[in-house]
Design a protein around this ligand. Sequence first.
Ligand code: F3S
Ligand code: F3S
Length: 105
Amino acid sequence: PYIIAEPCVDVKDKACIEECPVDCIYEGGRMLYIQPDECVDCGACEPVCPVEAIFYEDDTPDQWSGYINANVDFFDELGSPGGAAKVGKVDFDPAFIKALPPMAE
Ligand code: F3S
Ligand code: F3S
């Protein structure tokens, strides 16, 4: 699947949401997360993110490799809801993202 990494934190542009044909990009407290089982690897979201936060999993820069797990861990309790629109914003982030210093300029 594709994943969302650090540039999304505290930015949440959300241009990606409109591109996803399966509505698998979910809003957390400080960033958005791609549901790895629902993502069909279409890649439509990747070029539209203005801060280049989206990567194909295997192409994630090393310094952001922890975000691969973050995109999995976010769904520990949420599971696979089958669509982000009906879920809305979830006020949760995996621990290390919650602990990051403020990122927005
Ligand atoms: Fe985040 Fe970029 Fe989407 S900033 S919300 S990944 S368009
Ligand atoms: Fe959607 Fe992006 Fe995956 S548009 S299907 S999250 S590659």
